[in-house]
Design a protein around this ligand. Sequence first.
Ligand code: CP
Length: 319
Amino acid sequence: MIGTDLLGIEDLERADIERILDTAEHMREVGRRVVKKVPTLRGRTIVNLFFESSTRTRASFEIAGKRLSADVINFSPSSSSLKKSESILDTARTLDAMDPDAVVVRHSVAGVPKQIADVLAAPVINAGDGAHEHPTQALLDLLTVKLEKGRIDGLTVTIVGDILHSRVARSNIYAFGKMGAEVRIAAPPPMIPAAVETLGVKVFTSLREAIEGVDVVMALRIQSERLAGCYLPSVREYSSTFGIDREKLKYAKEDVIVMHPGPVNRGVELSHDLTDHRPSVILDQVRNGVAIRMAVLYLLSGRRQEDAQRIDLGSGEGR
Ligand code: CP
């Protein structure tokens, strides 16, 4: 069962994932209305606690909360008492004392959302922690594939790029595996984690072999400024070997889709043309991210209230 926090896909059962996807499919309809708002979380408070930069995840959690009528607070580390040496855990405890109904955490260090969850009463949602997990990204990727293909079970998905440093890759390996897809990874050898086969993936160092006959190609962002020279001879070489363009896509299925979590280094992971046009579905991923985050906020921040109602009903008298 989905717990009180969402820290990683590794912790979820297939039934949890299906429940989130089903809920998100209902939430998508709200985004198509003229008035994009429902009263579901009226009176609830969501805190966005982002210690690392973000465009898609932070904006979509904020929009998701607001579409559900929650009050959304965006905490800004650079203007907070963190600047006066207050610790992250004390900051989190301080915010928790204001009784939020969910806290969304992104941090560059793996495990910080879990540390915060351990000291908070409010449900904690991991919005990406170091190279560990990015569960809502994987969920929105699953939803995008499900909507495109009508199923996930039995598909073949190839994840291309810096698997070693990628929380998106890790969450997607768990997510697609749990949902019955075959997962392949393709990368230069220094970017392949040791013993990654134990996660049930097939490992390739040839892109052509990795995308032969696949349904989905997912390219990952290369942190070119950090990795060139250490993990890659050069970004240009990476692009010519592992960058996806229409020529290389000919080896995949005719109806292949191309995904990327963003932000894209145009001309590195994907050709310019593919970044903007089908079969890439990058902006659909972004759009589906709002629905997934609405579903997660609804399922987790609604929980505290459900518990409270159960207690209220049980106590009965004097109310
Ligand atoms: N995909 C993703 O996490 O993007 P942001 O860093 O912009 O949130």
